[in-house]
Structures are given as structure tokens and as C-alpha cells.
Design a protein around this ligand. Structure first.
Ligand code: ATR
Length: 280
């Protein structure tokens, strides 16, 4: 534990890390709550991550976030995990409890909280279509399962990765090749893009789906948030569907970590959204 008047310190580490928006989010909340804490971005190469993690207490950190490529290594190094991290097999948030390093995964929470905020009732559907089978997809499939989805269809360019994910989550999760996406649209109440297609820097590459045969109640969301309006979301909106951008997932996934380290549960407000958008 930090001394009473010593500022609490937290971090985000990845490799690279300079594009992370997390310092902006936590900096905004520290300021909004008048807390004398810090949240630093630290670039750590993969070969140095274990030593870094073992020295956190010594360096005076209350905890922090870990991102690509450290999420699986962090999982292996933690003494205990929350339910989401155990189900996903990756950690994005570290904190201490009684001197033990705990690893949590808040990506699934962030995904669900974003839809709760902007598409209330989204989890009344029972069938979902998930495009992509990487780390983000893993967290999202966990969120969908936790919210009671009965059929979750993962489509991916590399079928073996989708199959691996479906096997990991078991009953009700199915793997398909990317070409199958279109025919799964009409039966899907929620459709999620978890691939980087449509992201700035992926010019000319976008996730193209025809939404005209979708159920009018279908909710479409993307994890990409630069740009906020991806071609994928625009196509869904043009077909009359409700869409939710990916920025809210990023903001909401930061909430539990801030609460663990600084002891205050922060809120995702329009002011926070505007603050992050003004730095994009
Ligand atoms: P993350 O951890 O952000 O999910 P990732 O593990 O690299 O990142 O996964 C990226 C996902 O986007 C994968 O499903 C990937 O498909 P493959 O498994 O076939 O690589 C998908 N993806 C990336 N670029 C793609 C492209 N040009 N076309 C189709 N899918 C793509």
C-alpha cells in the first residue's frame, strides 16, 4: 500500500505503446476527481516483461494495464485471475490484493457496457455473428456467452483460428470461414467486427457485408474507433440498423482498473468522449 499522502502510481505497458489512448483516459479521470496520482505509458520489450512484472511493487506501482504483446504473458505471471481473465486466457489489468498480483480482463466488460449504454436490450437477441478470431474476438465471445447468447458464430479468414476459439468456448459457439459471413447476417441479432479492417491505415481494406437482409432489430458494432464511423458501420446504418461505435468499449474497459488502483469508480461521460475525440 502507498503511504497516505504518496501519489498512487499506475501504468500501461505494451510494445509499442506510444499510440495508447489509456493515459488520456486515466489522466482525465485523475483530474476530474482531483486525485494526486499518475498513469504512465511504459514501453517494455517482450523479453523484459517478466522482470518488469516482478518489480512492480518495488517500483511503487498500485497496478496497471497491459496490452499487445504482453496479455498472455501477464496471464501466466499473475498469482490469481478474475473470472473473465480465466475464461479468456489473457490479462489487460493488473492490481494487488493482500500483496498478491491479480490479473483481470476488462475487455468483455467494456464491450458489454458500451452496448448497454448505447443499445439497451441488445442482449435480448440469442444469435450473434463475430467477424475475426483474434484476442479481441476472444473477449467478445466471452461477453456474448456471459450475456446468454445461445448461438455465437465466429467467421475468420483463417478458419483454424475460428475453430480453436469455438473449441475453447464449447457449446453454442461455431466456426466458419469468412465467406460464410453473408449468409449468417439474417439470423444474427448482434453483428460485431473485431478485425482491424476499416481502421485508419488500412486504406482500401474494409469489412464488407450486405446488411439489406438483416432483421431490422439487428445491432451492429465495431471495435475499431479510428475512424469512429467505419465503412462497416456506415453500411449497416444505411440499411436502417442501429450501430454502436468502438470508442465506448475502450472507455468502459478502463473503468474497473481505475477503481482498483485509485479507489474511485469513474464514469464514462460525454465530456470524456469529447476529450478523447479531441486528441484523435
Ligand atoms: P486482436 O488481438 O486485436 O484481435 P489479432 O489477434 O491480430 O488482433 O486478430 C486480428 C483479426 O483480424 C484476426 O481474426 C485476423 O484474421 P486471421 O486470423 O486470418 O489473421 C483478422 N484480419 C486481419 N487482417 C485481415 C484481413 N486483411 N482480412 C480479413 N481478416 C483480417
Amino acid at each position: 500500500m502507498a503511504e497516505p499522502f504518496e501519489p498512487i502510481r499506475a501504468f500501461v505497458t505494451g510494445f509499442p505503446i506510444k499510440h495508447s489512448r489509456s493515459p488520456l483516459i486515466h489522466g482525465f479521470w485523475l483530474n476530474a476527481h482531483g486525485l494526486r496520482g499518475s498513469y504512465e505509458a511504459i514501453e517494455i520489450a517482450p523479453e523484459n516483461f517478466s522482470v518488469f512484472a516482478a518489480s512492480l511493487r518495488e517500483m511503487g506501482y498500485a497496478g496497471g494495464n497491459v496490452t499487445i504483446p504482453h496479455k498472455e504473458t501477464a496471464f501466466a505471471l499473475c498469482e490469481s485471475h478474475d473470472t473473465a481473465a480465466s475464461a479468456i486466457g489473457a490479462v489487460n489489468t493488473l492490481w494487488f490484493e493482500n500483496g498478491r498480483l491479480i490479473g483481470g480482463n476488462t475487455d468483455a466488460y467494456g464491450f458489454a457496457a458500451n452496448l448497454d449504454e448505447f443499445a439497451s436490450g441488445w442482449d435480448n437477441a440469442d444469435t450473434a455473428l463475430v467477424l475475426g478470431a483474434g484476442g479481441a474476438s476472444r473477449a467478445i465471445v466471452h461477453a456474448l456467452k456471459s450475456r446468454g447468447f445461445q448461438q455465437i458464430h465466429i467467421v475468420n479468414r483463417t478458419l483454424s483460428r475460428a475453430t480453436e476459439l469455438a473449441d475453447h468456448f464449447g457449446a453454442g459457439v461455431f466456426a466458419h470461414s469468412l465467406e460464410k459471413a453473408q449468409e449468417l447476417v439474417p439470423a444474427s441479432g448482434v453483428i460485431v467486427n473485431t478485425t482491424p479492417l476499416g481502421m485508419e491505415g488500412h486504406a482500401g481494406e474494409e469489412m464488407a457485408l450486405d446488411f439489406t437482409k438483416a432483421d431490422p432489430k439487428t445491432i451492429v458494432t465495431d471495435i475499431v474507433y479510428v475512424p469512429l464511423e467505419t465503412p462497416f458501420l456506415i453500411a449497416a446504418r444505411m440499411a436502417g440498423l442501429k450501430t454502436v461505435d468502438g470508442l465506448g468499449m475502450l472507455l468502459h474497459q478502463a473503468v474497473p482498473g481505475f477503481e482498483h488502483w485509485f479507489g474511485v469508480r469513474p464514469r464514462v461521460t460525454p465530456e470524456l468522449r469529447a476529450h478523447i475525440l479531441s486528441h484523435m
